[in-house]
Design a protein around this ligand. Structure first.
Ligand code: SAM
Length: 227
């Protein structure tokens, strides 16, 4: 059984003939997707040999080695045009790393129509990259799994993508519309953190005005959406 986080990711992946899971580690997602007939074939990629071996073991244990291929390689560079990958998942990494993988993988992205991304942090950076590279954010989910709250973004390639506002980049265009209970919990927690940071900055011997302005702005933006 998948964890809540992985289940939410899996549910956002469209029914395609071939999907890639970049940085797959244990290959839980491709195994689940094939077993549920959501996809027919998959490619599980890894940059490191250790996790790739784990993927291979899990795929073999599920007897799915004929339909799930494994590849060692950096990001989308592990894929070839002949793979005909239609959707790619990149999950469980920092937002900065996910953005770098997308930036370096633009050649492979020409044939990929759909992305399902779960950055563990720096979500705005991922949204900004998508917005600047013809990917429209169609769905977003926010989920609590254990002590962590995760945001999952589904984007589709489109020729005309409306420019997102700074607030949509920060909070997520769909999450901002929905303002779910988990969303409010996340941002209430962040608000407290920023308020504490602001108080500490205020009490410093030499207050850093530039930093204080930045934190003040974050506080105002969060207060605005939590009203
Ligand atoms: N995707 C799985 C998930 O969400 O549960 C595994 C997440 S695990 C925390 C991150 C994995 O990404 C690691 O196994 C790591 O080796 C892999 N990784 C990191 N950088 C990568 C890159 N540039 N290309 C492919 N895989 C990468």
């Amino acid at each position: 059984k998948l964890s809540r986080r992985l289940q939410v990711i899996a549910d956002l992946i469209p029914k395609v003939s071939c999907a890639a899971d970049i940085g797959s580690d244990h290959a839980y997602i491709p195994i689940h997707l094939v077993q549920n007939q959501q996809i027919s074939t998959a490619i599980a990629t890894e940059v490191a040999v250790g996790p790739l071996t784990v993927s291979q073991k899990d795929i073999q244990a599920a007897q799915l080695q004929d339909v799930i291929a494994t590849r060692l390689g950096d990001g989308l560079g592990a894929l070839a045009p002949t793979d005909r990958v239609q959707a790619a998942v990149i999950a469980g990494m920092g937002g900065q790393l996910i953005s770098q993988i997308l930036e370096r993988g633009q050649k492979q992205l020409r044939s990929i129509e759909c992305l399902v991304l779960e950055p563990n942090n720096d979500e705005p950076q991922v949204r900004r990259w998508l917005n600047q590279h013809h990917f429209a954010i169609l769905e977003e989910e926010i989920v609590q799994d254990g002590h962590h709250i995760y945001e999952v973004i589904k984007a589709q390639k489109q020729s005309n993508v409306a420019k997102l506002t700074p607030m949509q980049i920060l909070f997520g265009p769909i999450l901002l519309q929905q303002k779910s209970a988990i969303f409010q919990k996340k941002w209430q927690h962040k608000l407290k953190q920023y308020q504490m940071m602001y108080n500490n900055l205020q009490q410093a011997k030499k207050p850093d005005c530039h930093k204080m302005h930045g934190v003040r702005q974050q506080i105002q933006q969060i207060e605005e959406i939590l009203q």
